[in-house]
Design a protein around this ligand. Structure first.
Ligand code: UD1
Ligand code: MG
Length: 447
C-alpha cells in the first residue's frame, strides 16, 4: 500500500426503503452501539480521509439529510435519488458532486455499518496497484448466503455478480458473496453506469452489473475478501441485533485490552464512543449511553446505566445507579444504590449513597447527601439549580427546592423541605416539630 494519503472519495447509499425493517424510521437511522448505521459508515469514510463523502437518500428522507448536515456541516454532501430504481441508479445521483473526479470512488452501503477504515483503504489500493483494474469488489465467504449477491469468479478474477433473484440453482450454491462494497476508478464510473439496464428479476438498475460491463470493455476486476461479520448487511431487526452483538463484542474486547476488567462481559453494553481508563472494574449488567468517559481505577458495580457523564479516578458507582447526561463524578466520589443524577457535578469525595435524585446541582468536596434526598429542580415550567457547598451534610429525606444554596459545612436536619438559602456552617431544620402526648395511645385502646 502506498505511504501517502490515497486519493479517494466515498459514496454511501442510503436511499433504499428498508421495508424489511417494518419501521417508520429510515433503515439507515436505526442505531448500532448508540449511533445510526449511516453515521458509522460516514465516520469510517472520513477516517479513511475520503476527499469527498456523498450520502444518497430518497426524497422523503429529509430528516436523514438534516441529521447529516447537523453532524457534519458541509464536510459531507447530501444528494437525492429521485426514485428508488436500484443501487446502480443510486450511485448516479452522486454524479453532480463527483463529475470529472479522476481518483478512486469507493461505494459503501448505509446498511453495512461495521466496515473498517482499513478495508476501505485496501479497496482503493487494489485500483492503484494496476492500471488495468477499473473495478474491485469486496467479497465474503458465507456458509448460508441467503439473499446476498453471488460472485462468479474465474481464474481469480470476478467475471460478474449475480443477484439471488436472477441466479441459477448452480449459482445459488456459490458461497463467495458480494458485500456491496465496490471500488471504481472515477474515470470509468459514470460512463459505465449510463449503460446499466433493469432487465432482471428485480426490475432494478443493479450496481453489481458494473462488473460485467467493465469486463466487456476489457478492464480487469479485482477481488478482495474480508470477515463476513465486518461486512454484514442489516435488512431486518434480527440482522440489526446480530450487528449490535458483533459490535459489542469488539468494544468489549477493546475495553479489556485497554486495561478494564469486565466480570461478565456479555452483560456489559458499551456505546461506540465509550472511553475507559486503566484498572476500571465493571460488574455485570452495566449499560453505557453515548459520551461517557471513565477514568482510571473507577469501579462500576452491577446494574448501572450511565449516559453522557465523566467519572473521575477512584469513583465508585452503584449498584443500581443511574447517571444521566451532564454529570461529572469527582475523584473518589461515591454514588450508591437507587440514585439518579442528572446534570450534576459531584466534587472530590462527595457521597450520594442511597435512594436520591440529584439534578441540576453542584455538590462540594466531601459533602454527604443523606438517603432519600431530592433536589426539586423543576417547578413545572422551568428548571433551577441547587448549589451545595463543601463538607456539608444533608440529612435523610430532605427536599431541596431549587433555586437554593447550601453553604459550606452546613447541616440540614432530616426530613426538611428547604426553600431558602442556608448559610455556611449553619443548621437548618424545616419540618413540623414533634409532639408527644403521654399515655394517649393506651387511653384510646381502653375506650
Ligand atoms: C445488495 C447487493 C447484493 C449484496 C448486498 C450486500 C445490489 C443489486 N445488490 O443487495 O449483491 O450482496 O447488497 O448487503 O447492489 N439503495 C439505494 N437506492 C436504491 C436501492 C438501494 O440507495 O434504489 C441503498 C440502500 O439504502 C442500502 C443499499 O443501497 O443501503 C443496498 O440496498 P439493499 O436494498 O439493501 O440491497 P440488498 O438487497 O441488500
Ligand atoms: Mg441490504
Amino acid at each position: 500500500m502506498k505511504k501517502e494519503a490515497q486519493k479517494l472519495v466515498c459514496i454511501i447509499l442510503a436511499a433504499g426503503k428498508g421495508t424489511r425493517m417494518r419501521s417508520s424510521l429510515p433503515k439507515v437511522m436505526h442505531k448500532i452501539t448508540g449511533k445510526p448505521m449511516l453515521m458509522h459508515v460516514v465516520d469510517t469514510a472520513l477516517a479513511a480521509h475520503a476527499e469527498k463523502v456523498v450520502v444518497v437518500t430518497a426524497p422523503d428522507m429529509e430528516s436523514v439529510r438534516g441529521e447529516v448536515k447537523n453532524r457534519y456541516g458541509d464536510t459531507v454532501h447530501n444528494v437525492v435519488q429521485q426514485k428508488q430504481l436500484g443501487t446502480g441508479d443510486a450511485v448516479k445521483a452522486a454524479q453532480s458532486v463527483l463529475e470529472g473526479y479522476k481518483g478512486n470512488v469507493i461505494i459503501l452501503y448505509g446498511d453495512t455499518p461495521l466496515i473498517a477504515k482499513e478495508t476501505v483503504l485496501s479497496m482503493s489500493a487494489i485500483l492503484d496497484a494496476s492500471p488495468d483494474t477499473a473495478v474491485a469488489v469486496l467479497g465474503m465467504e458465507i456458509s448460508e448466503p441467503n439473499a446476498y449477491g453471488r460472485l462468479v469468479v474465474k481464474h481469480g478474477s470476478v467475471e460478474r455478480i449475480v443477484e439471488v433473484k436472477d441466479a441459477t440453482e448452480e449459482e445459488k450454491h456459490i458461497r463467495l458473496c458480494n458485500s456491496g462494497v465496490m471500488a471504481v476508478k472515477g474515470s470509468v464510473l459514470f460512463p459505465l453506469l449510463a449503460r446499466l439496464n433493469n432487465k432482471n428479476a428485480g426490475g432494478e438498475f443493479y450496481l453489481t452489473d458494473l462488473v460485467k460491463l467493465a469486463r466487456d470493455d476489457g478492464h480487469a476486476c479485482g477481488l478482495a475478501t474480508a470477515d463476513p461479520q465486518e461486512l454484514m448487511g442489516v435488512n431486518s431487526r434480527v440482522e440489526q441485533a446480530l450487528a449490535e452483538s458483533i459490535a459489542q463484542e469488539t468494544l468489549r474486547r477493546k475495553a479489556m485490552e485497554q486495561g478494564a476488567t469486565l466480570i461478565d462481559l456479555a452483560s456489559v453494553y458499551f456505546a461506540h464512543d465509550t472511553k475507559l481508563g486503566k484498572d476500571v472494574i465493571i460488574h455485570p449488567h452495566v449499560v453505557f449511553g453515548e459520551k461517557v468517559e471513565v477514568r482510571d481505577n473507577v469501579e462500576i458495580r452491577a446494574f448501572c446505566h450511565i449516559d453522557g457523564a465523566i467519572l473521575h479516578e477512584h469513583a465508585i458507582i452503584g449498584p443500581f445507579a443511574r447517571i444521566r447526561p451532564g454529570s461529572d463524578i469527582g475523584e473518589s466520589a461515591h454514588v450508591g444504590n437507587f440514585v439518579e443524577l442528572k446534570n450534576t457535578k459531584l466534587e472530590k469525595g462527595a457521597k450520594v449513597n442511597h435512594l436520591s435524585y440529584v439534578g441540576d446541582a453542584h455538590v462540594g468536596e466531601k459533602t454527604n447527601i443523606g438517603a432519600g434526598t431530592i433536589t426539586c429542580n423543576y417547578d413545572g415550567v422551568n428548571k433551577y439549580k441547587t448549589e451545595i457547598g463543601a463538607h456539608a451534610f444533608i440529612g435523610s429525606n430532605t427536599a431541596l427546592v431549587a433555586p437554593v444554596k447550601i453553604g459550606d459545612g452546613a447541616i440540614i436536619g432530616a426530613g426538611s423541605v428547604i426553600t431558602r438559602d442556608v448559610a455556611q456552617d449553619a443548621l437548618a431544620i424545616a419540618r413540623a416539630g414533634q409532639q408527644e402526648k403521654t399515655d394517649w395511645a393506651k387511653n384510646k385502646r381502653k375506650k
